[in-house]
Design a protein. Structure first.
Length: 133
């Protein structure tokens, strides 16, 4: 399955409408992540945060993705300094044909991604990259 240019534009328009802004992300979702991590830490729950892939056409045409890449760094640094957090970046793992829409992988790819994550964790890759991808 491959999305047509019209379907891709429809998907991007959906996100613009859904987010109801010009491509900036509020601090609230990042602050909520920190609150979740605080609760996990207080309960001695080890946390793994995985940055999942998006199709290239979505990454390159979505202002939200670009803003997320920049904004997440501040919060990830804070979380990694404050909590026993494992962060794994899988954003560069996928190819265009791995998705059946603007964000969701085909079922066959979920296994591939899970295996990649398992290998990285088994190797002890606690932090692959905080750099923008």
């Amino acid at each position: 399955i491959s999305l047509s240019p019209a379907q891709k534009e429809f998907a991007l328009e959906f996100w613009r409408s859904y987010m109801q802004n010009n491509g900036t992300l509020a601090d609230e979702q990042f602050n909520e992540l920190i609150r979740i991590l605080e609760r996990a830490h207080a309960n001695r729950i080890k946390t793994i945060l995985v940055d999942l892939p998006l199709p290239e056409w979505h990454r390159s045409n979505s202002p939200y993705f670009k803003h997320y890449q920049t904004k997440k760094l501040k919060y990830l640094r804070q979380a990694m300094n404050q909590f026993d957090l494992v962060y794994v970046n899988l954003q560069d793992l996928a190819e265009e044909n791995d998705f059946y829409d603007s964000a969701h992988p085909k079922p066959s790819k979920t296994w591939v991604w899970s295996q990649s994550l398992a290998r990285k964790l088994a190797r002890g890759d606690r932090l692959l990259s905080l750099e923008n991808k």
